[in-house]
Ligand binder design. Structure first.
Ligand SMILES: Cc1cc2nc3c(=O)[nH]c(=O)nc-3n(C[C@H](O)[C@H](O)[C@H](O)COP(=O)(O)OP(=O)(O)OC[C@H]3O[C@@H](n4cnc5c(N)ncnc54)[C@H](O)[C@@H]3O)c2cc1C
Length: 380
């Protein structure tokens, strides 16, 4: 990824994260993937380094950096371990960002400083067995009782759930109003009405943990509702563009790891009397990988710069997420192809990247949902 136009602060953060990743993440990435978890202490390390607060202002415990710095952080972390980057991104770009954008002063002060230090970890609990792309089919109910709400339902595929101290949960306060009846709640891990299932086994992103969250007669005071009743989720979708920029950066970082692995392999692997990298097909594949990854990064950086300038950037964030995630899947597949049988073995990095990449086309809205979002701007 081109360094030329980064500011001094941006280049410094990138160098700092890269050095940390090479020293403390990359050497363990394969083992964490196999074990299905990375050390939880990483959150505290990231907090100590000020990284969790990159996209948040100082008054809530952040470091006031903005979207470009956050994009650089996500890309570098994902290059070292996509699973580690996933856990960090769900905590910051979804759980903490929802509290920041929709929370009251009291909620922000209660949740954010500890969360941005990494003392407490958050998760974002939207998906359900019947609710994926179709947000209006959320079945978890929150009914008013006494001075608060009682929640019942089950959330599926929730990243960080096994280690989370709090969850930002999407539930319907008005089932007959569909999307306009969805509200957000902050629920503490200690709430006796919330139960976290065993870790779920998944294809990739092994260093991140995922589980089901079951809510049964889960009582929450009104003061733990995030944003207005009924339109909290819609408002969150308008403001949580950081998640799409993060997912795009994340895809660029992972694609880059696949590219570097393929380059190193084809440089040392000799067939027909010379390194594979000397074969035109191999050179051209790598040239295409480099070009598309750079294009994905420039789209991502553009969306992040617009966000930092306070300019509209929703469509740009969708375009970056769409292009970067599809480029990432393509690059990881090509990377594995160039690695041949060696890449197909479970100890290879190429197969890990290949398993990790696909989810980036689902999360933060699938490719079809991004295309739909972009297509909507075509009609005037
Ligand atoms: C590793 C991982 C981590 C996750 N972490 C979280 C998390 O932390 N919190 C959380 O809430 N959720 C999480 N999820 C779930 C995520 O929110 C969903 O994957 C996402 O919402 C998409 O829903 P779905 O996977 O059920 O796909 P579906 O909506 O069932 O879609 C399946 C396919 O149909 C296509 N499709 C759907 N609707 C349309 C349409 N109208 N037009 C054309 N095509 C369509 C989709 O594009 C997709 O290709 C995670 C998932 C994974 C795999």
């Amino acid at each position: 990824m081109t360094d030329a136009l980064l500011s001094e602060t941006e280049a410094q953060l990138r160098a700092q994260v890269r050095a940390f990743v090479q020293r403390e993440i990359e050497p363990h990435a394969a083992a964490w993937d196999r074990e299905g978890r990375a050390p939880r202490e990483l959150f505290a390390r990231f907090g100590e380094l000020g990284w969790l607060g990159t996209a948040f202002p100082e008054e809530v415990g952040g470091s006031g950096g903005g979207s470009v710095l956050y994009a650089l952080l996500c890309a570098e972390l994902a290059q070292g371990s996509a699973g580690v980057a996933l856990g960090m991104y769900v905590h910051t770009a979804l759980a903490c960002a929802a509290v920041y954008h929709l929370g009251s002063e009291v909620q922000r002060a209660e949740v954010l400083p500890k969360a941005l230090r990494g003392d407490r970890v958050g998760c974002w609990a939207y998906a359900e067995a019947g609710a994926g792309s179709d947000v209006s089919s959320v079945a978890t109910r929150a009914r008013r009782e006494g001075g608060g709400y009682v929640l019942d339902g089950a959330k599926l595929y929730i990243t960080n759930a096994p280690i989370a101290d709090f969850a930002v949960v999407v539930a319907s306060t008005a089932p007959d109003r569909g999307l306009k009846g969805l509200s957000l709640f902050i629920i503490d891990r200690d709430n006796p009405g919330m139960r976290v299932g065993p870790p779920m086994q998944k294809l990739g992103m092994g260093a991140s943990q995922m589980a089901e969250i079951v809510l049964e007669d889960c009582r929450v005071p009104e003061s733990d509702r995030l944003g207005p009743e009924g339109t909290g989720f819609l408002q969150a979708m308008k403001v949580l563009t950081l998640g799409r920029i993060a997912a795009a950066s994340f895809a660029v970082g992972l694609a880059r790891a696949a590219f570097e692995e393929a380059r190193a392999h084809t440089q040392q692997r000799v067939q027909f009397g010379r390194p594979l990298l000397k074969q035109q097909f191999v050179r051209f594949t790598l040239a295409d990988m480099k070009t598309r990854i750079e294009a994905a990064w420039q789209l991502t950086l553009h969306a992040a710069r617009l966000a930092d300038a306070g300019r509209p950037h929703g469509t740009e964030a969708s375009m970056a997420k769409l292009f970067a995630s599809e480029t990432c899947t393509w690059a990881c597949e090509r990377g594995l192809h160039l690695s041949g049988a060696q890449g197909y073995m479970l100890e290879s990095a190429a197969q890990r990247f290949y398993r990790d990449c696909k989810v980036l086309e689902f999360g933060e809205g699938t490719s079809e949902i991004q295309r739909e979002t972009i297509a909507r701007t075509l009609e005037v």
